[in-house]
Design a protein around this ligand. Structure first.
Ligand code: PMP
Length: 404
């Protein structure tokens, strides 16, 4: 593979041709889509639109083949063992809601414990809470150490309480920190827990090899990986997926239905009730094929260089404090302007057409534990350029001059 060329990568994204004035650093919220992905969705609707798994006609068979091919693409991308282990959802949030509902109504019993970390997104907190009280299940939280990483000693102590489920994010969306999951999940498995990984941010950093990875479940959203919104994946080991009570009932997911009772279809249909996001699945598979043309290691090195350039420049601007340890980060840096609300900074950057996110980043308990109102997040993608970093630093300098 050739050396990574950010300008060539960027050319695949029509957004930057239509909006050349914008510097887009909100990639942790969602990424832009390459032309191939947009074209694949369009082509489906223009040429093959039909529902899946139900029509006798050729168009439906073609749509079904495209949809099931997309599943195969995801399976090989993650190196899952079986295609049935790939469940299409509308995103990470939907995957977690299925997991929480499914586990709470099957394997978990009153008095059982679930262990998460302080760095979790609301998607890995609220779905558990929706059931904890009624099911009598206890949610434990690993505190942070001084580097704003999970405190591993405290983690070991909480594992000694024998949680039934350990559910951790691969990468913190709020700070960018990469969790030491190989170590943490292996310890969780040794303690007998079911392990879940929130890969919403991590998938664009390091794609797991699921046959080597100590995770029983892995979830991600297509739109953070240059794919469409409204499509995501819940991966699970077959034996566990089979035990999950379906959150959604309806068409497609059944075997037999009477007015007295229903029996369910085999995986993956069992957990995919209703008409799926067919075009979205095709778009996601196209995004995966697009990404596979590039060397992930080189992409990460490049993102690391942008981040370092940004961090070096920040050091020269008084009043700014980075919450992120750059060497631990997957291309994200969150910062604060002392004594100012993060929104003020983001508003001034928006006036310079620099897109960032400010606030608590769907991680309110994290910011509560830090006693901070939130942060301004800069999330880099491989289509960002060193010149954009320079301009952002200049805009930050100007903004801090106004605010201080
Ligand atoms: N977990 C993490 C770490 C995230 O960053 C996000 C998206 N911000 C989610 C879960 C939820 O993803 P989605 O909104 O695509 O369902």
């Amino acid at each position: 593979m050739a050396a990574f060329n950010p300008l060539e990568f960027r050319q695949h994204f029509p957004f930057f041709q239509s909006q050349p004035d914008w510097i887009y650093l909100d990639n942790a919220a969602t990424t832009h889509k390459p032309q191939q992905v947009i074209a694949a969705e369009l082509a489906f609707y223009q040429q093959a639109n039909s529902n899946v798994h139900r029509g006798a006609h050729q168009l439906s068979q073609q749509a079904t083949a495209l949809y099931e091919d997309a599943r195969e693409t995801v399976k090989s991308f993650l190196n899952a063992r079986y295609r049935e282990e790939i469940i299409f959802t509308s995103g990470t949030t939907a995957a977690f809601n299925q997991l929480a509902f499914g586990l709470m109504h099957s394997l978990l019993k009153p008095g059982d414990r679930i262990l998460i970390s302080t760095l979790e997104h609301h998607a890995n907190i609220v779905p558990w809470q929706l059931h904890c009280l009624t099911q009598g299940v206890i949610l434990d939280v690993v505190p942070l150490d001084s580097q704003l990483m999970p405190d591993l000693e405290a983690y070991q102590a909480l594992l000694a309480l024998k949680p039934k489920v350990v559910s951790l994010t691969q990468v913190s969306n709020a700070l960018g920190h990469i969790l030491p999951l190989q170590q943490m999940l292996s310890a969780a498995k040794a303690a007998g827990a079911i392990t879940i990984v929130d890969g919403a941010q991590g998938i664009a950093w390091q794609v797991p090899d699921l046959q080597q990875y100590p995770a029983d479940f892995y979830c991600f959203s297509g739109h953070k990986l240059y794919g469409p919104t409204g499509i995501g994946v819940l991966y699970g080991k077959t034996a566990l997926l089979e035990q999950l009570k379906p959150l959604l009932g309806g068409g497609e997911m059944i075997s037999e239905v009477s007015f007295q009772q229903s029996s369910f279809a085999a995986l993956p249909a069992r957990l995919e009730a209703g008409t799926p996001n067919i075009a979205g699945a095709i778009g996601l598979a196209t995004a995966i094929r697009f990404l596979r043309q590039f060397d992930a290691k080189l992409i990460n090195q490049y993102k690391g260089k942008l981040l370092q350039q940004f961090a070096d420049g920040l050091a020269a601007i008084p009043g700014l404090r980075s919450l992120t340890q750059v060497t631990q980060s997957a291309g994200i840096l969150s910062l604060q302007l002392l004594n100012e609300h993060p929104n003020d900074l983001a508003v001034l950057l928006n006036e310079q057409k620099i897109a960032v996110r400010a606030g608590s980043h769907c991680a309110m308990p994290l910011f509560a534990s830090l006693q901070l109102p939130g942060a301004v997040r800069f999330a880099f993608a491989p289509y960002n350029l060193p010149t954009e970093v320079e301009k952002t630093l200049e805009a930050l300098q100007a903004a801090t001059d106004i605010l201080r």
